[in-house]
Ligand binder design. Structure first.
Ligand code: GLU
Length: 277
């Protein structure tokens, strides 16, 4: 039985490009080193952006590229009760509060001099303590200060930098949305719950997810969940340093396949500039 587990967790809001192939390569490469199984989790809670045809194409491309996963594919859209249960628990603890603010409201609350944290413009707590009409779509935010009062340092074991305290990053992040007004459970809540529920021991994700990990670490502490080991890998970027985006067709796996490139060639293209430790 495999007891070391990692996962690959794409969001089906576009087709795979070389950045994803590189990320998948890192995940499977590390899994091989660890003797770990890889689960495939489709992060499709955001129904405003995710589409079934991308879901199908991602799975087909990964398989064609030679990445093989353990067990059935798991879809977050089918696991809503798990996330709702966790959100209820946080509400019972008095750590979530409803919020009506739009991006514009948040901007206005800073009167022209916004402060930015790892998640973008910081939320100033405008709705905290207010009694709102609950018969309308509302977001629910984590009261970060109250949450952090319940815990000490937030140690995270990373492959690159040893053990790091993520508490300062969580403080800087502030009151993040855990339940979105439109889709319910946010990425932060769903991913944290799933990593625990799926017994993931090693989370291997892009460097762009390092800040988000601080929120996940707070949730692990609040909900008594195990803390996996984290590996943050670099991202493939454009020559001007921009992160590859799904819309960039030239680097798309479908496009490269249509040009007659083999799976080995596409994997080599994605990893050409990186030597993996
Ligand atoms: N679904 C996220 C993405 O496609 C990855 C999330 C994760 O590694 O937790 O960027």
């Amino acid at each position: 039985m495999t007891c070391t587990l990692t996962r690959f967790a794409p969001s089906p809001n576009g087709l795979l490009h070389l950045g994803h192939v590189f990320a998948a390569h890192v995940v499977w490469n590390r899994a091989n080193q660890l003797g770990a199984g890889v689960l495939l989790r489709i992060e499709d809670t955001d129904f405003t952006r995710c589409r079934p045809e991308f879901d199908a194409a991602i799975i087909e491309d990964l398989d064609w590229l030679g990445f093989s996963w353990t067990g059935e594919v798991v879809r977050q859209s089918e696991r809503k009760p798990l996330y709702d249960r966790a959100a209820e628990e946080l509400k019972r603890m008095g750590l979530l509060y409803p919020c009506l603010c739009t991006r514009k409201d948040i901007e206005a609350s800073w009167a022209g001099t916004p402060e930015f944290g790892p998640e973008g413009m910081r939320y100033r707590g405008t709705c905290k303590g207010k009694s709102l009409d609950m018969n309308q779509p509302l977001a629910w935010r984590l009261d970060m200060q109250a949450a952090l009062q319940r815990m000490g340092p937030l140690a995270v074991q990373t492959v690159e930098h040893g053990t790091i305290d993520f508490r300062p990053l969580a403080e800087a992040t502030g009151d993040v949305v855990l339940l979105r007004k439109d889709i319910g459970s946010s990425y932060h809540l769903s991913a944290t719950i799933d990593d625990a529920e799926q017994n993931i021991t090693h989370v291997i994700r892009g460097e762009d997810m390092r800040d988000a990990t601080a929120v996940h670490r707070v949730l692990q502490s609040l909900l008594g969940l195990p803390v996996p080991i984290y590996h943050f890998h670099p991202l493939l970027t454009e020559s001007d340093g921009r992160k590859l985006a799904k819309r960039d067709g030239a680097d798309g796996v479908r496009m490269l396949r249509a040009q007659g490139r083999s799976a080995a060639e596409i994997r080599a293209l994605a990893t050409a500039h990186w030597s993996l430790a």
